[in-house]
Design a protein around this ligand. Structure first.
Ligand code: HEC
Length: 163
C-alpha cells in the first residue's frame, strides 16, 4: 500500500487537533471548580396539583381580592389595600406565586422543557410585576399585572390540565 502525502497530512492534522482537545480539556478541568458552585440537590415532594391548591390558589386569591370593585345590594365598594401592612401582604403573596413558578420549573415538576417553561416564565414575570405594583402602591398596576397573571393560568391549563 502506498501512503501518499495526503495520508501524512491527515494524520498530522489529527495529531494537532488532538493536542488542541487535550489543552481545552485541561483548561476546562482547571476552571470548573472555581466557576460552578456545588449544586444543591433538590427533590420534588409535592404534586403539581398540591402546588396549585397549597400555594398558587391561596396566594392568587389574596392578589385578586386585594384590589377589586365589589357590587353589592348596598352599592359599589372599591377595595384597595388600606395601609402598609396590607400592601406588604399583597407583595408577599405575589412573591409566593413567583416562587411557586420556580417550583414548577424544578425537575420532577416540569412537564416538558418547551411550552411549560415558556408559560411558567410568563407566570413568574406577571407575579414579579405584581410585587412591583404592590411596592409602588399602585392599584391600577396591580389590576394590570393581575390580569396578565390570570391569562398565564388559563394558558397553562388549556394546554396541560387534564380533567
Ligand atoms: C405552568 C402551568 C400552570 C400554571 C401557570 C398554572 N397552573 Fe394551575 N394547574 C396546572 C396543572 C398541570 C394542573 C392539573 C394538576 C393535576 O390535576 O394533576 C393545574 C390545576 C389547577 C387547579 C385545580 C386543582 C385541583 O384540585 O384539581 C386550580 C384551581 C389551579 N390549577 C389554579 C391555578 C391558578 C389560579 C393559576 C394562576 C394564578 C394557575 N393554576 C397557574 C398547571 C398550571
Amino acid at each position: 500500500m502506498r501512503t501518499g502525502p495526503w495520508l501524512v497530512f491527515v494524520s498530522a492534522a489529527l495529531f494537532v487537533s488532538s493536542i488542541a482537545f487535550v489543552i481545552a480539556g485541561a483548561r476546562a478541568t482547571r476552571l470548573a471548580p472555581a466557576q460552578a458552585a456545588p449544586a444543591v440537590q433538590l427533590k420534588a415532594v409535592a404534586t403539581v396539583k398540591q402546588i396549585m391548591n397549597g400555594i398558587v390558589v391561596p396566594a392568587s386569591t389574596v392578589v385578586y381580592e386585594s384590589v377589586a370593585t365589589n357590587v353589592t345590594a348596598s352599592g359599589i365598594e372599591e377595595v384597595v389595600p388600606k395601609n402598609d401592612e396590607e400592601w406588604a401582604t399583597l407583595a408577599a403573596n405575589a412573591a409566593a406565586l413567583a416562587e411557586a413558578g420556580n417550583l414548577l420549573l424544578m425537575d420532577g415538576h416540569a412537564v416538558d422543557t418547551g411550552q411549560w417553561v415558556a408559560i411558567t416564565r410568563e407566570f413568574i414575570t406577571a407575579s414579579t410585576e405584581t410585587i412591583k405594583a404592590a411596592e409602588a402602591k399602585s392599584p391600577e398596576a396591580v389590576l394590570t399585572a393581575g390580569s396578565t397573571l390570570n391569562e398565564t393560568c388559563d394558558k397553562c391549563h388549556e394546554r396541560y390540565q387534564r380533567q
